[in-house]
Ligand binder design. Sequence first.
Ligand code: PNS
Length: 158
Amino acid sequence: MTIAVCPGSFDPITNGHLDIVRRASHSFDEVVVLVTGNPAKTSGLFSIDERMALIREVTADIPGVRVDSWAGLLVDYINEHHVTALVKGLRSSLDYDYELPMAQMNRRLSGIDTYFLMTDEKYGYVSSSLCKEVAKYGGDVTGLVPPNVHAAMEVKFR
Ligand code: PNS
């Protein structure tokens, strides 16, 4: 049984994230979308429970996907849940520079490998923070986030 974890803040999940989760589900028996605290990002738009509910709705049709959250070190979750691999998307060399030390640290701490999927070209510029900024000032993020996330951001910002 292979178990992959897609970790992230997911504040909120974007169509770029969703595409990575969907593609990861083709290669692993189970994919856990893990909403994890990022010490560099203090206050979020959505609570952890809200993020998880949104993710559950948009991944309901993907076989083998489940949603969980974790407040501690990622490697502790990995060890407790017998995780096979971490999976993340790479949009650009900026992501590479950000992800490489985390992948190496996680491998040093637990032996886990991080598998990177190249982001679909449609979503190369899409991030949760950019979508929030655009939505906050009334810009259109249709097609960049799932419809339920779009609606939830409308509620937060209006
Ligand atoms: O979506 P993000 O915010 O870029 O995801 C970063 C995240 C949450 C995956 C990273 O901050 C993380 O793994 N946090 C959990 C705490 C941890 O294990 N830190 C050490 C990472 S090597």
